[in-house]
Write a protein that binds this ligand. Structure first.
Ligand code: CMC
Length: 428
């Protein structure tokens, strides 16, 4: 007999099916709860709520496991290219050489953005945060491709939109930086691979020859893979919920970019470097800052520490920490921020406060130090996260539409005033 959960409400017993995932994760299916009992569940921050069934990414927070479509993140980060991983996430299997060639060609063909978009860039102030620019630009792509507004298009038409997004996001990201610098925009070079082309558009100048150290290209490839998907986090859930209203994919991804921007989510990578710099300029007294993070009266938190799901270690952070040492050594960079980060990690991991709450360095703790070593400016860190996360967002949106999931619409427990009569303004 299949497993059931028994719930007693108002003296009456109800049974609800138990769903088991392929990795033996269990959930009580309460989709009929309100219809049968009149009750809803309350779970602020969705800490215990499975919002969907998904076959894309498996994450075990207790064991520190992360796999895309069954493949361990450690192997993918070591052996794959970012576009191979993007294909895997979106289409479910690693591509054959022919499939990868065709996917790469399609993406390469669409790296240019419409010339008129240059005027949008020029209208932004130089100090505009690149995440604000990126979100606006991605949404505005929908105005150039009005056919994308129709949610019921063919699979080929949807593929085209997905490929356009993958192709254009690095161009838009690099141009948001060029615009902030008031430097000329560099057009994509389609004989470069995905990562090298992005670095070229970021750092090349029309007046000079450009070449880049392969160590830098390979580090970027690894970082993008590590960020490519992370199941139902804040920005991905945003993508699924916005997409569930049948908003077009450009608007949907733009919403994901906005959600990622927050300092508790992807914005943490920028905050980490700013925090490390602050500690450095303050004399490097790590104990003082750990004490501040523990003080409940002090709003300061150790950025890059803690995670909603990982309660042992973040496997991405483990890979990034090692990559950070390797890359800085290969590039011959000595960064005092790395020493402070390591000291902070050591002190925090031995501290009862952090141990009791299972607070470990997360993906953002060391990634900023690598981005810095690659020459990426701090304000662009979260943009880098967005480029990495794009295939994840796309694959989650694709899965949701293929599964014909209903519009996302949670319930609430109303705690406001009960009915009362309008009071005229003279009597208030
Ligand atoms: N520094 C100090 N205390 C912390 C921290 C921190 N970074 N993170 C959590 N805590 C404490 C928190 O005060 C609470 O203590 P108490 O039980 O005494 O009230 C306890 O640990 C549990 O924290 P929470 O905020 O209830 O946990 P959450 O699951 O809601 O939040 C988090 C997870 C990632 C938002 C949080 O740990 C945090 O704010 N970390 C810093 C920001 C950060 O690095 N974010 C990037 C996350 S990884 C990238 C991504 O995928 O988004």
């Amino acid at each position: 007999m299949s497993e059931v959960a028994k719930i007693e409400l108002d003296g009456k017993q109800y049974e609800f099916p138990v769903i088991t995932g392929t990795e033996n994760e269990k959930a009580i299916d309460i989709s009929k709860l309100r219809d049968t009992t009149g009750y809803v569940t309350l779970d602020t921050g969705y800490k215990n709520t499975g919002a969907t069934k998904s076959s894309i990414t498996f994450l075990d927070g207790e064991e520190g496991i992360l796999r895309y479509r069954g493949y361990p993140i450690e192997e993918l980060a070591e052996k794959a290219t970012f576009l191979e991983v993007a294909y895997l996430l979106i289409y479910g299997e690693l591509p054959t050489q022919a499939q990868l060639d065709s996917f790469t060609n399609s993406i390469t063909k669409h790296t240019l953005v419409h010339e008129d978009m240059k005027q949008f860039f020029e209208a932004f102030p130089a100090k505009a945060h690149p995440m604000g620019v990126l979100s606006a630009m991605v949404c505005s792509l929908s105005t150039f491709y009005p056919e994308s507004l129709d949610p019921n298009r063919s699979a080929e038409a949807k593929d085209l939109t997905m490929h356009r997004l993958l192709a254009k996001l690095p161009t838009l990201a690099a141009w948001s930086y060029k615009n902030a610098m008031r430097h000329p925009f560099m057009y994509p070079k389609n004989n470069f691979d995905y990562c090298k082309n992005f670095l070229y558009m970021m750092f090349a100048m029309p007046t000079e020859e450009y070449d880049v150290d392969p160590v830098v290209v390979s580090a970027l490839n690894k970082l993008l893979i590590l960020h490519a998907d992370h199941e139902q986090n804040c920005s991905t859930s945003t993508v699924r919920i916005v997409g569930s209203s049948q908003a077009n994919l450009y608007a949907t991804i733009s919403a994901g970019i906005s959600a990622l921007w927050g300092p508790l989510h992807g914005g943490a990578n920028q905050e980490v470097i700013e925090m490390l710099e602050k500690i450095h300029h303050d004399g490097g007294d790590v104990d003082k800052w750990v004490a501040k993070a523990k003080d409940k009266e002090d709003p300061f938190r150790l950025m890059g520490f803690g995670h909603r799901v990982y309660k042992n270690f973040d496997p991405r952070a483990k890979i990034i920490k090692k990559a950070c040492d390797d890359i800085l050594e290969k590039l011959g960079i000595v960064d005092p921020m790395l020493d402070i980060a390591k000291k902070l990690e050591r002190v925090a991991l031995e501290d009862e406060y952090f141990k009791a709450r299972n607070l470990y360095p997360n993906v953002d703790f060391y990634s900023g130090i690598i981005y810095k070593a690659l020459g990426i400016p701090t304000e662009m860190f979260t943009v880098m996260f967005a480029i990495g996360r794009l295939p994840g967002w796309i694959s989650q949106w694709k899965e949701m539409t293929e599964n014909k999931e209903p519009i996302g619409r949670p319930r609430q427990i109303y705690t406001g005033e009960t009915t009362r009569n309008f009071v005229d303004i003279t009597a208030r």
